[in-house]
Design a protein around this ligand. Structure first.
Ligand SMILES: *Cc1c(COP(=O)(O)O)cnc(C)c1O
Length: 430
């Protein structure tokens, strides 16, 4: 049996950094990544046989916990019938119907294989529909690693962004404007100066890639108004929040607060694949009919709507659509948050939490931050120590301060109690 350290050394020889996605490498928190051997329910076991309560859930998809028997059965059956055909299947239609049943803003959906692909395609569609080039995104929101999205804010509001990755030519991001999250004044100014050139505004409505930060209701409402006034499209990136914070996704929560609210294009991933490579973008029939083969916006994929992935996603959506599922999940998540709050308070530590459905965030700060700079203002030392103290006690949190956490339906009251007890112990040692 190999240890995590041995596996990591071996991995680093043949895989850059030893990982296939950077945050897995534990660079932010230090230490050796755990190589996971198997998972069941709320638990994962590493190569050394150590068990962890899993609060990453594959970064969101595993809303039912690992290895739900119905999902396993559906995937096994689908695999026997064939891995991939490159031709349409009934199950793709069923999954499209299942997604749209919960997303009244959309009439049609196209399935793809990753959130990156879905976000990139949504932007191409928005540009194709409007005939415009510019896009607005917000600092701290992640929409996948497409070239045009790897941008940080320019020096002033009027300047467009700079690439955050080598290999992205400045010309590729010259149409991307990066603004501060929850800053109404900034986006009003941007539309006032270049409103007729903006194809779309893209947002994570509940941002999960800068820990957990909600877009305020007035902010979302104002963006909707500005997009309508200037003929731009409003793109909700719900790759993380979709079918995770509520059955109707984050947009259903904003629709409750803002009468008639709808995004123009929605992007999904993570939960809708149930752990298999599957993502989607969705919109009205009028907008989606601009896509190939009906319209001029090209988009395609060899493995899109893969029969095994759609079986996994479809069964996952059926199970989370059962009455009371999100009430119970939200309750479980809130009980974890209030347990952590109480333990931090008892230890005299500045701490605050927020959650929605099965997604949560916590901050070593006295109040919830409203944008990226505020999230990063506190530094990472306390979080990093807390992370390792928890990991040593068998609780696996996201290995970076700027990531959200996830509770699944498989987490029991006992798991929550064990986690809170571990946190109380960790807080005393910070
Ligand atoms: C995870 C994520 C993506 C990217 O999805 P991948 O499947 O990793 O390509 C895009 N947007 C958001 C909001 C995400 O959380």
């Amino acid at each position: 049996m190999s240890t995590n350290t041995q596996l990591f050394e071996r991995a680093q020889r043949v895989i850059p950094g030893g990982v296939n996605s950077p945050v897995r490498a534990f660079r932010a928190v230090g230490g050796t990544p755990r190589f996971i051997q198997r998972a069941q329910g709320a638990y994962m076991w590493d190569a050394e046989g150590t068990r962890y309560i899993d609060y990453i859930g594959s970064w969101g998809p595993m809303i039912l916990g690992h290895g739900h028997p119905d999902v396993l059965e559906a995937v096994q059956k689908a695999a026997v019938d064939g891995f991939s055909f490159g031709a349409p299947t009934e199950r793709e239609v069923e999954l499209a119907e299942a997604i749209l049943a919960h997303v009244p803003s959309a009439e049609q959906v196209r399935l793809v294989s990753s959130g990156t692909e879905a976000g990139m395609s949504a932007i191409r569609l928005a540009r194709g529909v409007t005939g415009r080039s510019k896009l607005i995104k917000f600092e701290g929101c992640y929409h996948g690693h497409a070239d045009a999205l790897l941008v940080k804010a320019g020096s002033g509001l009027a300047t467009f962004g700079h690439p955050t990755s080598a290999g992205v030519p400045p010309e590729v991001v010259q149409h991307t404007l990066v603004l501060e999250y929850n800053n109404i004044e900034q986006i009003e100014q941007a539309f006032a100066t270049q409103g007729d050139e903006i194809a779309c505004v893209m947002i994570e409505p509940i941002a999960g890639n800068m820990n957990f930060v909600r877009a305020s209701v007035p902010f979302v409402k104002r963006i909707r108004e500005l997009c309508d006034q200037h003929g731009a499209l409003f793109v909700f990136d719900e790759v993380m929040s979709g079918f995770r914070v509520a059955l109707g996704s984050a947009q259903s929560l904003y629709a409750q607060a803002i009468p008639g609210f709808r995004p123009d294009i929605s992007v999904f991933g993570k939960v809708i694949g149930g752990g298999m490579p599957l993502a989607a973008f969705a919109s009205t029939r009028a907008i989606m009919s601009k896509l190939a083969p009906l319209g001029p916006v090209y988009q395609a994929g060899t493995l899109s709507g893969n029969p095994v992935a759609t079986a996994c996603g479809l069964t996952t959506l059926r199970l989370i659509g059962q009455p009371g599922f999100f009430d119970a999940l939200g309750e479980r998540t809130r009980s974890l948050m209030s347990g952590l709050d109480g333990a931090a308070q008892a230890a005299g530590i500045d701490f605050c939490t927020d959650s929605q459905g099965g997604m949560f965030g916590f901050f070593f700060a006295p109040e919830l931050p409203q944008h990226y700079q505020a999230v990063m203002a506190r530094g990472t030392d306390t979080f990093n120590r807390f992370f390792h103290l928890m990991l040593d006690q068998g609780v696996y949190l996201a290995p970076a301060m700027y990531e959200a956490g996830f509770v699944s339906a498989a987490h029991t009251e006992q798991d929550i109690a064990d986690t809170v007890a571990a946190a109380a112990n960790a807080f005393r040692q910070l």
